[in-house]
Ligand binder design. Structure first.
Ligand code: KIV
Length: 267
């Protein structure tokens, strides 16, 4: 028998309880090796449907399937010991009916072993969130700019809101909290609105491009590593893309001009 006691991972309830006490550190993860690297430093790991764009080169997240989310959810679960893991319900898997949303969320949780699901939407999704939570599925809400709705929203755009949009985001936040979400991503929102919503809610707000006023922050990890360029809100903490290019150039140079190549030319 192993002498190492297995560490208990953070639950969605413990993430909720961080409100007003500790700030929540959240990053996306899609694979086992990256999950292993992020796990010691993160409270929450999100297997986001951004993987469609980041890993698969899709233009938007709209074509990401439940099978893709399941495969990457499983991969991330193999790499964690501490962090709470949430997997995105992809576009189309929760909008048809709340019963269908429950079936897909249950499948995602059973097939991956993750701690809960995230779904995007405000007031219009509140009934579905309530239905899932009442049946034992922890839900991470997501309001503000919706990457999945990029087609109807007319593309990714800046964070300035009209008064009507700001009012809708306020109502969305209140509705999703009331429906029972354990926490809420706020995406692409100005600081004053993020602060107002954060102060008014009892659950943590996790910002992405929504200012420091939120209770925690989530970033697309590949983006902050400097491996992916398409998301615009992200502070880069490294330039791994440049390191990879330089490593590949070193390898190419060695193969083409190194000792093996010289021996080849001498023959
Ligand atoms: O899919 C994703 O990675 C996300 C984050 C941007 C919050 O939803």
């Amino acid at each position: 028998m192993s002498t190492h006691a297995k560490q208990k991972r953070l639950s969605t309830a413990s993430i909720r309880a961080m409100k007003g006490r500790d700030r929540v550190v959240c990053l996306t993860a899609y694979t086992t090796p990256i999950a292993r690297l992020l796990d010691p430093y993160c409270d929450l790991l999100l297997v986001g449907d951004s993987l469609g764009m980041v890993l698969y080169g899709m233009d938007t997240t709209a074509s990401v399937s439940l099978d893709m989310m399941t495969a990457h959810g499983r991969a991330v679960m193999r790499g964690v010991e501490r962090a709470c893991v949430i997997v995105d319900l992809p576009f189309g898997s929760y909008q048809v009916s709340k019963e269908c949303a429950f079936e897909n969320a249950l499948r995602l949780m059973q097939d991956t072993g993750c701690d809960g699901v995230k779904l995007k939407g405000g007031e219009e999704m509140a009934e579905t969130v309530e239905f899932l939570v009442a049946r034992g599925i922890p839900v991470f809400g997501h309001i503000g700019l919706m990457p999945q709705l990029v087609n109807t929203a007319g593309g990714f755009r800046s964070m300035e809101h009209s008064d009507a949009e700001a009012e809708k985001i306020r109502r969305d936040a209140a509705a999703i909290e009331q429906a029972g979400a354990f926490a809420l991503v706020i995406e692409g929102t100005v600081e004053s609105l993020a602060r107002e919503i954060t102060t008014s809610l009892f659950v943590p707000t996790i910002g992405v491009g929504a200012s420091v006023a939120c209770d925690g922050q989530v970033l697309v990890a590949d983006d902050m590593f400097g491996l992916f360029d398409d998301f615009k809100f992200v502070k880069r903490f490294a330039e791994l893309g440049l390191l990879v290019s330089s490593a590949v150039q070193g390898h190419a140079l060695e193969v083409r001009d190194g000792p093996g190549a010289r021996a080849c030319k001498c023959v």
